[in-house]
Design a protein. Structure first.
Length: 134
């Protein structure tokens, strides 16, 4: 149950005695739990606080790579913020180009919502090309 998971992640996130890496991991997982319940605004706010933590406490910038950008894209899609979703998915794919097969269809959906069928078709072609690479 994601509500209970969020309670645990919040507890760890706010535990000043917990190592910063663990608190950041709890924040990341908290965003995932918000997404699982369709709480997109909460997920974006949580990811924003993760970004602040990563930039302010001397964190390893590679702790998450750019994995949180995928979560951000999902949250923006859920909020109907398709331009922001396209940007987030794009950042994710810059870091993880081998994820084209799974992420390009999401980009295509965002482009369609933005009434950009040409970009949607291009995204689906990239997904199909990635699928044949396996």
């Amino acid at each position: 149950d994601y509500e209970n998971a969020r309670a645990v992640f919040n507890e760890v996130q706010n535990d000043a005695a917990a190592p910063p890496e663990l608190r950041r991991e709890a924040t990341y997982d908290l965003a995932r739990a918000y997404l699982a319940d369709g709480l997109y605004g909460e997920a974006v706010a949580t990811l924003d606080s993760l970004d602040q933590a990563l930039s302010s406490d001397g964190a390893d910038p590679n702790q998450f790579g750019l994995k949180e950008q995928f979560l951000r894209g999902e949250a923006h899609m859920g909020q109907g913020q398709y331009d922001a979703a396209v940007a987030a998915y794009g950042k994710f794919l810059e870091a993880y180009p081998w994820m084209n097969e799974g992420v390009q269809p999401r980009l295509a959906a965002a482009y369609l919502a933005l009434n950009d069928p040409a970009s949607a078709a291009a995204a689906l072609r990239l997904a199909a090309d990635a699928a044949t690479d396996n």
